[in-house]
Each structure stands twice: as structure tokens, then as C-alpha cells.
Design a protein around this ligand. Structure first.
Ligand code: S3P
Length: 443
């Protein structure tokens, strides 16, 4: 049976909320935690399907991972100590889990088959296979771009310097994780800096990592192999990509003001917030502080009169997951919102350019997409969205949540189908949104 949610017009959003722990940091706390010798305690781990898939895969590889009174504990055996073969690791919907684990396995004496759901099985994997081949890992079929893929790692991988054609934290992290057990330096060069949670966490635990900008403006990240990682506890801050949904909902719903607490405000994740502020959004940051190497703050946002802008290609990496919800904010902006250099969106949980164009056009919002760009024709703050449409999630949690936010300003309900996928990043999305005044209901 198809699981669906209706979103209905609401009069106002208000209140303080906490959104779940950051997905990227949660995956990394489990994976990097498993490389430490000793016990790491993790507070506020995102208990979503994606992250649980990573925890389950690590357990299958023999790691001891338990939950004790809301605190997760990982007992690591140290770098390079995983071994075994014939593992079958089902990573569900999670591209991050699949690609980071392939990096970990490439640097271990492990042979495993990595599999995923229908959405993940269509996503490109050669981008990971090519660099990992250089470390000495082997694959059953190195020409295969899609899961399931069998990978065999090596206990002492070759330290590599790899120039990635795209700025991708998953590619970068996969290579760095493989290099943990190398003798020597592992370097990744990327055309723009992608999110740096792997580097920050490894540094926090004691690894030596440097990041430098090259004369051609590319970035080079270098890590010394065989670091001694200290068993320090990790607190996962709230996910700015999840906070984006209530924040944008409050900007487009009249009379609204909300505060999202304890959000990770790492600059390399802040592209959407910068963009919204340039569009005229009332967004402010308070109570800034640091936890285990990551900056956090509370984010206050309120109903705003928005204008369309052109978002530069240079900002893509820092808001890669936020274009779907930005497109919803763009409906109420005055003028066009133009998104350039976004081809990578075609390789996410679904082809997000196609999904956003199709969904917005069905809502009556003229939206055009190209290979690597998209334009939403904004209707201004007085515009009244008709609604009365059904959107398919295509197993993409962010497409589902984005159109549910659009329903809050539509005269007639918007129905989103296949909404269970929201559990991959934001369990309790419906309850959290309704807690501040949204009107979401299960069909
Ligand atoms: C992630 C990296 C991003 C992002 C994904 C999470 C990560 O992908 O889209 O949701 O945790 O490393 P890229 O590989 O495009 O940076």
C-alpha cells in the first residue's frame, strides 16, 4: 500500500523546535567511531533509516554498537582491524552510508557486497570505484556503475592523491576513510570545498589533516595515515538540512516566527541560509557555540517578503541538498529564482531537477530545467497557490518534505505519496511540523 500524507493550508507557524541530529555527522560518528581503539559515546545520533542501515552494516562487520539510555556506544577495534568475507550489506536508501562504507572496506581486509533500494541502485558508484581502485581495492565488476557491487579491500591500502571531477563529500570521505590504514599521506583534490565533517571529526579525535587552496582555486585535503584516534565522546548537532524545512515554511506562511535550536552552522552547509537572506528572508542566528569541532547556533526565522535571485555555481556544494526546499520558497518570491551549476542534483535520491520541475509545474508554477540549471518563476507574496495535486516522492525524502511545506500555503490540500521515505532523514517530520502549527495528516 502506498503511504501518503496530506498537507493543508495553515494560518501561522510558531514556537521553538528541535530537529533531529545531523545525518552526515551521525554516519561519520559511527563509521569513524568504529576505527577508534576503545569506546565512543554518541549523543543525539539521528535514528533514521539511513543511519540505522550504517549501524547495522558495521555490526555485521563485527563491530560492537549498542544503545544505552538514548546514548549510542561504539566499541572500536582500531584502524585496519576489520576482517572477513561474504558480508552482504544492505544500505537501503543511503548514498552516504554506501559510499563511506566502501571507503572503509577498501582500507580493510574485508570482502563485502553492498546493496541498496531501488533509488540507491540507480545512483552512480563509478565515482567511488575509480579512486578506490587506485588504493588497491578490487571490485567484481569495476565497470558497473550501480549497486549491488562486491568490493574487496586491502589491509594496507596504497596511499593515493586523487583529483575528483566533482566537489563531493561522499567521494572525499570515502577516499580519506580508505587512507586511514595507509602508510603515508592520502590527498583529495576537489574543485570546491564540500562539507568537511569527516575532516573535522578526524581532527577532533587526533588525526593530522590539512586543507589548502591551490593556485588554480581547487582545494587539497591531506591526511596522514595510521593516526592515533582518541576515544572521545561526540554530540551530534541538529541537521541544518532538516531545519531548512520548518525555516522555509515559516518564511512563506504569514504571521509565522519559529526558532530551531542547536543547529550545525558549519559554513560549508550554510548556502541555503545565505541565499534566503539575500532573497530578503528574516533569519538570524543566536547562541553561537562549538561542540566537538562543529559550530552550532539557534536559528530564528519569520514570515518574509522574498525576491528572486540568481544563485551562483560557487555556492552549490554548500547547499547541495537544499535546492528542493529553495524551489518552494521561490514560489512566493517576486521575480525569477535562477539556480546555476546544479547538475549533481540529477544524481541524488531521484533526479531532483526533473522532480522539482514536474511538481512545481503541476502546481501551476512555471519552472524550467536544463541539464545543469533551473528557473522558478516566482509569483510574489500575494500569490495564492491552488493546490489540489498529488506528488510522488520517487523515494526522495527531500522531495516529499518540500512539497508538504508547499501545501501549508495552498488553498486546497497537496497530497504526497510514498512518504515513508521521510524516515531516511527526518523521523517525526509530521509531528514536529504539526507541533509548530502545520496541518499535515496521514491519509
Ligand atoms: C553527504 C554529502 C552530500 C549530500 C548528502 C550527504 C555526506 O553529497 O548530498 O546528502 O554526508 O557526505 P555529495 O557527495 O554530493 O557532497
Amino acid at each position: 500500500m502506498v503511504n501518503s500524507i496530506f498537507s493543508n493550508k495553515c494560518s501561522r507557524l510558531s514556537g521553538d523546535i528541535i530537529v533531529p541530529g545531523d545525518k552526515s555527522i551521525s554516519h561519520r560518528s559511527l563509521i569513524i567511531g568504529s576505527m577508534v581503539t576503545g569506546k565512543i559515546k554518541i549523543k543525539n545520533l539521528l535514528e533514521s533509516e539511513d543511519v540505522i542501515a550504517t549501524a547495522d552494516a558495521l555490526k555485521k562487520l563485527g563491530l560492537r554498537i549498542n544503545k544505552n539510555n538514548k546514548i549510542w556506544e561504539v566499541i572500536g577495534d582500531g584502524i585496519g582491524n576489520l576482517n572477513g568475507s561474504d558480508f552482504y550489506l544492505d544500505m537501503g536508501n543511503s548514498g552516504t552510508g554506501a559510499r563511506l562504507l566502501m571507503g572503509l572496506i577498501a582500507g580493510s581486509d574485508v570482502e563485502a557486497t553492498i546493496a541498496g533500494d531501488d533509488s540507491l541502485s540507480k545512483r552512480p558508484m563509478k565515482r567511488i570505484i575509480l579512486p578506490l581502485l587506485k588504493t588497491g581495492a578490487t571490485f567484481d565488476n569495476p565497470n558497473n556503475d550501480n549497486l549491488p557491487i562486491k568490493i574487496k579491500g586491502s589491509k594496507i591500502p596504497i596511499p593515493v592523491e586523487y583529483e575528483s571531477p566533482v566537489a563531493s563529500a561522499q567521494i572525499k570521505s570515502s577516499i580519506l576513510l580508505s587512507g586511514l590504514s595507509s602508510i603515508g599521506n592520502t590527498s583529495v583534490i576537489e574543485p570546491a570545498l564540500s562539507r568537511d565533517h569527516t575532516e573535522r571529526m578526524l581532527k577532533f579525535l587526533g588525526a593530522k589533516i590539512s586543507t589548502t587552496q591551490l593556485p588554480n582555486t581547487y582545494w587539497k585535503i591531506t591526511m596522514e595515515g595510521l593516526p592515533t584516534l582518541k576515544p572521545l565522546d561526540i554530540e551530534v548537532p541538529s541537521d541544518p538540512s532538516s531545519a531548512a524545512f520548518p525555516v522555509v515554511a515559516s518564511l512563506i506562511t504569514p504571521n509565522s516566527q519559529i526558532k530551531v535550536l542547536n543547529v550545525c552552522v558549519n559554513d560549508l552547509r550554510m548556502g541555503l541560509y545565505k541565499t534566503l537572506i539575500e532573497m530578503g528572508a528574516n533569519i538570524s542566528f543566536s547562541n553561537r557555540r562549538n561542540i566537538n569541532g562543529e559550530p552550532i547556533a539557534d536559528i530564528t526565522s519569520s514570515y518574509s517578503i522574498l525576491k528572486g535571485i540568481t544563485i551562483p555555481k560557487s555556492r552549490v556544494a554548500s547547499m547541495i541538498d537544499e535546492y528542493p526546499i529553495l524551489s518552494i520558497a521561490a514560489i512566493k518570491a517576486q521575480g525569477n529564482t535562477i539556480m546555476n551549476g546544479i547538475e549533481e542534483l540529477r544524481y541524488k535520491e531521484t533526479d531532483r531537477i526533473t522532480a522539482m520541475c514536474r511538481g512545481l509545474n503541476s502546481l501551476g508554477i512555471e519552472t524550467t530545467g536544463n541539464r545543469d540549471s533551473m528557473v522558478v518563476k516566482g509569483q510574489g507574496f500575494n500569490y495564492s497557490l491552488n493546490g489540489n495535486v498529488t506528488i510522488k516522492s520517487n523515494l526522495d525524502h527531500r522531495i516529499a518534505m518540500s512539497f508538504l511545506c508547499a501545501g501549508l500555503i495552498a488553498e486546497n490540500p497537496i497530497k504526497v505519496e510514498d512518504t515513508d521515505t521521510i524516515n531516511s532523514s527526518f523521523p517525526l517530520f509530521l509531528e514536529t511540523m504539526n507541533g509548530i502549527g502545520a496541518k499535515l495528516s496521514y491519509v
